[in-house]
Design a protein around this ligand. Structure first.
Ligand code: Q9C
Ligand code: ZN
Length: 341
């Protein structure tokens, strides 16, 4: 399997993250990527660097004003004499206007953010461009490669057309799916196995019939992102029937997960896609510090074996996974499962 990664993806380094009321070390930190790379290298895999793409393929799924904001906000933050990371102060909830970004720096950060765990640092723009480059490189060569892994970091599936959150800024899987469409694939399926619902991916394709979004995730009634991911969200307009959410309860073990996976894989296969993008989160692991499913090390080989049954060219896009010490080994288990080795 071709694996794509750039060390530029280690430049986004948040100073901290609030967890349970206390400011501590961020879960989504550069070490995640280094652990994934280390695991793959010890398993004998070669890692290639991505090509640099222009912003255009990213702007196919993201708002131009949002991208300009992401590029400039940290230097504006510093120019305003501020230390630390750019951080929202308010959110445009019910009865607030959310139809246009305010003028001020704080107003704009607050307009585009949907949580407080996703901050913008000096290296964020370069990092998210490199992460998207991995997805775009994998998508460009997918028909030739058959299978590939874009080792994206930071993740992407919580980011929407004009919002960031859940550690995500550019929706790498959505950018890849759109690039595959633009390269001639008529139908693209996205299968999301991250612990969390990919609210950004769902929102981007919700009214489209050419991109299926199928996701297995923690019930939003109990888990982040809290406000999307229920089973009755099935798509809208032309996209009606092209969105499939399978929420599962906290404590879910492999037997239940496996049944849900069969349903999701059945939906993906029935869609008749020309290519598949897997949003590969490994935060379903029992020891993940953010999550509440109970998948074991061995279950990841089974997950890989199931994903290996997808008949189309398939690219895997890295999403979440925060049990740092197990990240590399679990990813390798999935890859061995996919390849049947
Ligand atoms: N500060 C992904 O797995 N909640 N994102 C953090 C503690 C955010 C997870 C709560 C979880 C986001 C891609
Ligand atoms: Zn996640």
């Amino acid at each position: 399997m071709r694996v794509i990664y750039s060390t530029d993806q280690e430049r986004h380094a948040p100073l901290g993250e609030f967890n349970r009321g206390v400011l501590g070390q961020p879960y989504e930190r550069p070490q995640r990527a280094r652990e994934l790379v280390g695991g793959l290298r010890s398993a004998g895999l070669t890692i290639e660097t991505p090509d640099a793409f222009p912003v255009d393929p990213i702007a196919r799924v993201h708002d131009a004003g949002y991208l300009a904001f992401l590029e400039s906000v940290h230097s504006e933050w510093r120019a305003a004499g501020r230390d630390g990371d750019a951080f929202p102060l308010a959110f445009p909830i019910r009865s607030f206007r959310s139809d246009r970004p305010p003028v001020s720096l704080d107003g704009r950060v607050s307009y585009y953010a949907f949580d407080i765990s996703t901050v913008i640092t000096e290296g964020t723009w370069q990092t998210i461009r490199a992460s998207a480059d991995c997805a775009l490189t994998a998508a460009r060569d997918l028909v030739h490669d058959g299978r590939s892994l874009a080792l994206c970091r930071p993740p992407g599936h919580h980011a929407g057309r004009d919002f960031f959150g859940g550690y995500c800024f550019i929706n790498n899987a959505a950018v890849a799916a759109q690039a595959l469409r633009d390269a001639g694939a008529e139908r693209v399926a996205i299968l999301d196995v991250d612990y969390h619902h990919g609210n950004g991916t769902q929102a981007i394709f919700y009214d489209r019939s050419d991109v299926l979004y199928a996701s297995i995730h923690a019930d939003p009634a109990t888990d982040f992102p809290y406000f999307l991911g229920y089973a009755d969200e099935t798509g809208m307009g032309a996209g009606e029937g092209a969105n499939c959410n399978i929420p599962l309860p906290r404590g879910t073990v492999w037997s239940t997960y496996s049944d849900a996976l069969d349903v999701a894989l059945g939906r993906v296969k029935a869609f008749g896609a020309d290519a598949t993008v897997v949003s590969l989160g490994i935060d379903t692991f029992a020891a993940d510090p953010l999550s509440h499913f109970q998948l074991t090390n061995d279950d990841f080989a089974k997950l890989g074996a199931a994903l290996g049954t997808l008949g189309t060219p398939t690219m895997f896009v890295m999403e979440g996974g925060y049990a740092i010490d197990d990240l590399g080994a679990n990813l390798v288990r999935i890859l061995h499962g996919i390849e049947g080795t």
